[in-house]
Design a protein around this ligand. Structure first.
Ligand code: SF4
Length: 697
């Protein structure tokens, strides 16, 4: 219990709003404003404001659970940990190390994500580790790597947004996902800047726009190509910049020129005059930004789609210049840090590549193991979940709830049920934890110290404010205990700062270099932007200041030039047909977070967003004979979900929208298509073909 205010950060989204925690009622904590933190300047959304309710929730787990005769029963920590060690050992002995899977989460702190990657590779010796961040932003990460040689969500701080001339916001609904960030767009407009929003729905964010373009779901790649075509045709490219700072323009230009505005209009439904208006708005000011989020990313062509939007910034000379550029609005709380330090199937800490011999040597030395003992890259998240019960027999899962959040969720639920052994660490009995053989109750944000990295690449310190309830342990303690039971006595510290010190060494010299960052600095400064290397011994600077703005002098490619990637439109993996004539797109509502495992436990949030719904246009409703609130059955090739109708002109007549936060009958992910992007392995959450009917008619 804090005697005075403890500065910390929200447990939910990638904005990582600063907040102070003070003593609250019933021995808990209360959230109060922290205006000195520059990202949110005191503002919080309802999720952050009510986050302490989950700490003291009546459904909070405070004792381990072990399945006996088919029922989860309370057990001691010793018994529960022994059961996990036995389950994993049996699998390893009978089927080999790769039959043990590990699944992490974008909400885990950097320390936990780092330790989990290390645990998988040197304790279990498995290559089969990935995390739910793969479902969040991996297409933008892959496109950023291709174009710039480096992936950091925003290569500039949010504070630059109001100072630019135009922002093109693609597939992002900030008003619902991170409301305090909306003020950056309001300030942009107050300063005379323009806002273009690309979204199939007229969202609360789109309502703020000077221009809203509503393409058919799955066609924003064509839209970006059409815009580039118009830019070239109108002579609005920056030839000097293209010559000096990029490569690959001719191929990208040729690909764009095949996408005539009239052709793009037919594909997207966005008219030629709208395309020309967008180009004028984007090209007129000296500076402009393109920001993407889940809309373009969660597609089976997400990497190409984001690449097409990046090409726009390169062709107009906007990337790597002050107050201009491309950025991805990462979603999960530590979606950025979680993808940098080793829980991703192909990565080692510091955003190093697992296939790079020098990276393996460096990290193996920090870990005190033979580089040859490190496994190679494993399966991506969906592929890993799809292999459960066949190639992968046991799973250790931390900070994720794939029964609700994975695509084709009924199938994934079946795969999870077919495992020989499942262990889950969580704070409540999530829908996935309820299927486990062992559930371990772990600490939450306010009960533990650790670092996260927000969507700007700003590394932050979340400080412990209260003592965890009796019976609860941290994920780091869990890994320490399990490692010891599996024969690795050293190397899994339980003190987060000690783990961070090791992470600093492991990341040193890598693309995401944290070696110059310390807990002391993070406590004193409002975060430090990576890369932040340790200055050389002969440097006049005692510390590196961090890097708020990337690419101003050169890009992180070998030749320092940004790379155009030639891309062409292709259809979504599933297009409407006679049997499934409507498009489904999925997304979020302001009062719930991801699979809802935490936010569905908060009364105030449930009152605001009690359950799923199907948003549809009045014309479609009339065709179906549906009235407001009628139960609608939405059927795809993967299953059927039922939720009440919400009729609005804010959506295209050919599309329905469902939020994905709920399990059960209204689970949107029962319907979604796991078609994967070939590069990022991101599933196509954002579009699939469905049939809609009034349930029971
Ligand atoms: Fe801020 Fe996101 Fe938390 Fe809301 S959920 S308070 S926007 S960090």
């Amino acid at each position: 219990m804090p005697n005075s205010a403890t500065p910390t950060h929200c447990p939910y989204c990638a904005l990582q709003c600063g907040m102070n925690l003070t003593p609250g009622s019933a021995g808990g904590v209360a959230v109060v404003e922290r205006p000195d933190f520059p990202v949110n300047r005191g503002a919080l959304c309802g999720k952050g404001r009510t986050a302490p309710a989950v700490l003291s929730s009546s459904v909070r787990l405070t004792t381990p659970l072990v399945r006996k005769a088919g029922v989860l029963e309370p057990a001691s920590w010793g018994e529960a940990l022994d059961r996990i060690a036995e389950g994993l050992t049996r699998t390893r002995t009978e089927h080999g190390p790769d039959a043990c899977g590990v699944f992490g989460g974008g909400g885990l702190t950097n320390e936990k994500a780092y330790a989990l990657g290390k645990f998988a590779r040197i304790v279990l010796g498995t290559s089969q580790i990935d995390y739910n961040g793969r479902f969040c932003m991996s297409s933008a990460a892959a496109a950023g790597m291709k174009a710039f040689g480096l992936d950091r969500g925003l290569p500039f701080p949010l504070e630059d947004i109001p100072k630019t001339g135009c922002v093109v916001l693609v597939g992002s609904n900030l008003a619902e996902t991170m409301p305090p960030a909306l003020r950056y767009l309001t300030e942009l407009k107050d300063n005379g800047g323009k806002l273009i929003v690309i979204d199939p729905r007229r969202t609360r964010t789109a309502e703020q726009a000077d221009l809203h373009l509503a393409p058919r779901p799955g066609t924003d790649l064509a839209l970006a190509l059409g815009l580039l075509h118009v830019i070239v045709a109108e002579g609005r490219t920056d030839e000097e910049y293209i010559r000096e700072r990029t490569s690959g323009w001719e191929e990208a230009r040729a690909a764009a020129m095949a996408h005539w505005p009239e052709y793009v209009e037919r594909i997207t439904g966005v008219s030629v005059p709208e395309l020309r208006a967008a180009v004028q708005m984007f090209c007129e000011p000296e500076n402009a930004m393109v920001l993407t989020a889940r809309g373009p990313e969660q597609q089976s062509k997400g990497t190409d789609t984001v690449g097409a939007w990046i090409n726009l910034t390169l062709a107009t000379g906007r990337a790597g210049r002050p107050l201009s550029g491309y950025g991805c609005l990462t979603g999960q709380g530590n979606g950025q840090g979680g993808r940098e330090h080793g829980q991703k199937a192909d990565q080692l800490p510091g955003y190093r590549k697992l296939v790079d011999p020098e990276a393996r040597r460096h990290v193996a030395e920090v870990w005190g193991v033979d580089p040859d003992s490190l496994p190679g890259p494993g399966r991506s998240a969906y592929e890993l979940l799809d292999a459960l019960g066949t190639d992968i027999k046991s799973l250790l899962l931390m900070g994720s709830n794939p029964v609700v959040s994975a695509p084709r969720a009924a199938h994934i639920e079946d795969r999870i049920k077919s495992l020989d052994f499942l262990a889950v660490c969580d704070v409540v009995l999530s829908e996935t934890a309820a299927l486990a053989d062992v559930v371990l109750p772990v600490t939450q944000w306010a009960e533990e110290t650790g670092t996260t990295t927000n969507l700007e690449g700003r590394v932050l310190l979340r400080q412990r404010a209260i003592t965890a309830p009796e019976g609860v342990r941290s994920d780091l303690e869990v890994m320490n205990e399990l490692a010891a039971r599996l024969g690795v006595e050293k190397g899994f510290a339980t003190d987060p700062e000690e783990v961070f010190e090791e992470l600093r060494r492991a990341s040193a010299g890598g693309p995401a270099d944290y070696s110059g960052i310390t807990y002391r600095r993070l406590a004193e400064e409002n975060g430090v932007f990576w890369p932040c290397p340790t200055p050389p011994a002969d440097s006049a600077d005692a510390v590196h200041a961090g890097t708020p703005r990337l690419f101003l002098d050169r890009f992180a490619t070998e030749d320092g030039r940004a790379r155009f990637v030639p891309v062409s439109h292709r259809a979504a993996a599933e297009e409407p047909d006679e049997e499934y004539p409507v498009l489904l797109t999925t997304g979020r509502v302001v009062a719930q977070y991801q699979s809802g495992a935490q936010t569905r436990r908060v009364d105030e949030l449930n009152a605001a967003a009690p359950g799923p719904f199907v948003e549809l246009h009045p014309r479609l409703a009339e065709r179906l004979g549906a009235a407001e609130g009628d139960p609608l059955a939405v059927v795809s090739r993967r299953g059927r979900a039922v939720a009440p109708a919400r009729i609005t002109t804010a959506i295209r007549p050919d599309t329905v929208f469902m939020p994905f936060h709920w399990p059960g009958e209204g689970r949107a992910n029962t319907l979604t298509n796991p078609a994967l992007d070939p590069t990022s392995r991101m599933p196509e959450f954002k579009t699939c073909a469905v049939r809609v009917e009034v349930a029971g008619k």
